[in-house]
Write a protein that binds this ligand. Structure first.
Ligand code: ACO
Length: 331
C-alpha cells in the first residue's frame, strides 16, 4: 500500500461550517406529527443546524472555505481551482462556485459546480485526482455544501425530519510522500432518478403558480426504496474500491460513510465486517447534510488526531441520481 512510485493526490487541509441555529427533534414535534423517539430510532438524528432565511449555500461554503484555507495555512492566491458540489445551488446559473469565488475574492481562477447528490464530494475528489495528476491544476479547493432546509417540505414528516444545512471543504494537491488517494469506484443509475429528486425549478417543470402550490420545488423521496439501494450500493462500492487498492477489510482503520441514516451507516459497517468504533458517525448532531457529510467527518477525525501516518480510510457515499462512490485513502 501507498507505493511511493505511484502518483497520488492528498488532502492538505480540512474544515467545515455549520449555522449556529439548532433545530431539535422536539422542535419538529411542534411542526409535524412525529416524535423524538421515532426520529432517533429510525434515523439516529437528534438535532440539525438550520441556516437563517437570508443565507444561501454559498454563504456557508465561503465560511467553510476560509476555515479550511486557514487550517491549511494557505491564502486564496494559493489555490488554482474551486469545485463546488451541491444539490441546492444559490441559483441554477451562475454556478454556486462562482458566487463562492466572488466571496473569496479568488478572481484569478476558474470555478464550477458538480451535481451528483450526496455523492458529489467523492465525485469531486475523483475529478480533482484527474485534474491534478494530468497537470491541469496544482491545488484545488473542493467544497461540499448544502442548504437543504430551503427545499424541504415542512408538511412532509417523511422527509423534513432528515435534513440539515452545512458545508465542508478540503484542499487537494499532489502528494509528495506516497500518502493520499489509493483507489476509487464511482457509478450512477439515472433510471432511478425519481426516487429522490426536486421535481420542479429546472427546464422539465419550470416555476409556475401550480408547481409552487403542489410543493414541486421541494425535495421528494421514496425513503424505503432509497434505503435499500443505499445499503446495497455503498457496501459494493467500498468493497470494489478496497479491492482496487489491494487492501482487505481488516486493513481499514476508518469507514466514513455518507451520513443519511444510522441504520444505513451501521449496515455498511457490517458489510465491511468492521467493529462499530471504526465506523464514523455524527448524524445525531447534523442530520443528513448530503454532500457535506464526508468533509465534515474528515475534519472532525483529523482535528481529533485520529489520523496517523498510514491510517486507511474508506469514504463511501450514495445519493440522488442515483449516484454512488467510494474512495480509499491512506493518510
Ligand atoms: N415520524 C413518525 N412517523 C413517521 C415519520 C416521522 N417523521 N416518517 C414516517 N413515519 C411513518 C410512516 O408514515 C409509516 O407509517 P405507516 O406504516 O402508518 O404508513 C411508518 O412511519 C414507517 O415508514 P417508513 O418510510 O417505512 O419508515 P422507514 O423505517 O423506512 O424510515 C426513513 C423512513 C427514515 C426515511 C428511511 O426510509 C430512510 O432513511 N431512507 C433513506 C433515506 C436516505 O438515505 N436518503 C438520502 C440518501 S441520499 C441523500 O442523502 C440526499
Amino acid at each position: 500500500m501507498g507505493k511511493k512510485n505511484r502518483r497520488r493526490i492528498k488532502i492538505t487541509g480540512t474544515g467545515f461550517y455549520v449555522p449556529d441555529k439548532v433545530l431539535t427533534n422536539f422542535d419538529l414535534e411542534k411542526i409535524v406529527d412525529t416524535t423524538d423517539e421515532w426520529i432517533v430510532a429510525r434515523t439516529g438524528i437528534k438535532e440539525r443546524r438550520i441556516a437563517s432565511e437570508d443565507k444561501a449555500v454559498s454563504d456557508l461554503a465561503i465560511e467553510a472555505s476560509w476555515i479550511t484555507l486557514k487550517n491549511a495555512g494557505l491564502k486564496v492566491e494559493d489555490i488554482d481551482l474551486i469545485i463546488m458540489a451541491t444539490s441546492t445551488p444559490d441559483t441554477i446559473f451562475p454556478s454556486t462556485a462562482c458566487w463562492v469565488q466572488k466571496g473569496l475574492g479568488a478572481d484569478h481562477i476558474p470555478a464550477f459546480d458538480i451535481s451528483a447528490g450526496c455523492t458529489g464530494f467523492l465525485y469531486g475528489m475523483i475529478l480533482a485526482e484527474g485534474l491534478i495528476l494530468s497537470g491541469i491544476n496544482k491545488r484545488i479547493l473542493l467544497i461540499g455544501g448544502e442548504l437543504l432546509t430551503k427545499v424541504t417540505n415542512w408538511k412532509d414528516r417523511n422527509t423534513c425530519v432528515l435534513f440539515g444545512d452545512a458545508a465542508g471543504a478540503v484542499i487537494l494537491e499532489e502528494s509528495d510522500d506516497g500518502s493520499g488517494m489509493l483507489s476509487y469506484y464511482w457509478k450512477a443509475d439515472g433510471n432511478l432518478g425519481n426516487l429522490l429528486f426536486q421535481p420542479a425549478g429546472g427546464s422539465r417543470i419550470p416555476a409556475t403558480a401550480q408547481s409552487v402550490a403542489q410543493d414541486l420545488h421541494c425535495l421528494q423521496m421514496k425513503g424505503n426504496e432509497v434505503f435499500k439501494h443505499a445499503v446495497k450500493r455503498m457496501g459494493e462500492a467500498a468493497l470494489v474500491a478496497l479491492k482496487k487498492a489491494g487492501l482487505t477489510r481488516e486493513e481499514v482503520d476508518y469507514l466514513i460513510p455518507h451520513q443519511a441514516n444510522i441504520r444505513i451507516i451501521e449496515a455498511t459497517g457490517r458489510r465491511l465486517n468492521l467493529p462499530p468504533e471504526k465506523v464514523y458517525s455524527n448524524i445525531h448532531k447534523y442530520g443528513n447534510v448530503s454532500v457535506a457529510t464526508i468533509p465534515i467527518a474528515l475534519h472532525e477525525l483529523n482535528e481529533a488526531g485520529k489520523f496517523k501516518k498510514d491510517t486507511i480510510i474508506v469514504m463511501d457515499a450514495f445519493g440522488a441520481g442515483f449516484t454512488w462512490a467510494a474512495v480509499v485513502y491512506q493518510w
